[in-house]
Design a protein around this ligand. Structure first.
Ligand code: HEM
Length: 268
């Protein structure tokens, strides 16, 4: 894989040459603002050297033919971030106890300022994320992006897909109404029919042999902490590999022949 040179900082962050006859140092409040921003970034960068990593990640060459389908991965990431932010707000009011969960959701919808909006964003956002992740997976499949050297990124993607489905499944129980309660029992029973690990998995999900009070806490802990943390870490690794390996060109783009081969063709 050819190594790309890390590009120099974008124009606004580069020091400008002084105009002849101009005083040195900032003049008005706007210049002071620019100077302060540049010196703060410089101060952090001198101690962390993070700007090189940032430029390496953000300023990459993309193949010819890159199109809107390549935005589906970023759209999935945005959906995840939206779920994380709205989920944190909901967690401030939600109570994961069988006798209070339903009531706390009712309170969020009817009494908390913008609660109904945030709840709806989280509920519909989960569907949006699932649709986007499948579309993104379809794009990478049909463009052959799962092939060498991107197999590991495909495998990480599969784990991300399973974790996203786990989020949907564990989140469904949380309102603790009749529908979510019975649907979750069906879901846990289906898990229990899996070969070898099935019965252990359903026992783990129920937090015992029966659906009880601790089941809700277990679903909440998985939904709130374990899985989102794993998703965030894996997205980080997924994006690192995208930046390192670059993206695949669409299958209808033909590789250009190297200069020498073209000259040979003309000479022949
Ligand atoms: C939370 C879920 C996911 C997020 C946030 C995510 C994010 C991204 C982003 C931003 C890119 C680069 C731009 C693009 O091609 O769209 C990418 C590329 C890629 N993703 Fe995902 N992805 C996710 C899930 C998946 C899944 C489920 C698969 C497959 C099973 C997958 C496989 C790939 C592959 C193979 C690439 C490289 C594409 C190429 O080289 O052209 N990703 N992902």
């Amino acid at each position: 894989m050819p190594k790309l040179k890390v590009p120099s900082p974008p124009a606004p962050l580069q020091p400008k040459p002084k105009r002849p006859g101009k005083k040195t140092g900032p003049e008005g409040p706007v210049e002071h603002g620019h100077e302060a921003t540049a010196s703060t970034i410089g101060w952090i960068d001198e101690r962390t050297s993070l700007s090189g990593a940032g430029r390496w990640m953000m300023f990459r060459k993309v193949p010819k033919g890159t199109n809107w389908f390549y935005t589906l991965g970023s759209a999935t990431m945005f959906a995840f971030l939206s779920q994380a932010v709205t989920g944190v707000v909901l967690a401030m009011y939600y109570e994961p106890e069988p006798t209070r969960a339903y009531e706390s959701i009712r309170r969020i919808n009817n009494e908390v300022f913008l609660g109904e909006l945030v709840h709806a964003m989280h509920k519909w956002g989960s569907t949006v994320m699932v649709i986007l992740i499948f579309l993104h997976m379809g794009r990478t499949f049909f463009f052959g992006a799962y092939k060498y050297p991107r197999e590991l990124n495909w495998v990480i993607g599969v784990v991300l897909l399973i974790l996203t489905m786990t989020m949907s499944f564990t989140g469904y129980l949380l309102p603790f109404d009749q529908r979510s309660y019975w649907a979750s029992i069906v879901g846990v029973n289906i898990n229990g029919t899996g070969p070898l690990v099935g019965p252990y998995l359903s026992d783990f999900l129920r937090a015992g042999p029966y659906f009880g009070a601790t089941t809700l806490s277990r679903f909440y802990a998985i939904h709130m902490m374990a899985v989102p943390g794993a998703i965030a870490a894996l997205i980080g690794f997924h994006l690192y590999l995208v930046a390192k390996l670059g993206t695949t060109a669409p299958p209808w783009i033909r590789a250009e022949a190297p200069e020498a081969t073209r000259e040979e063709k003309v000479a022949a």
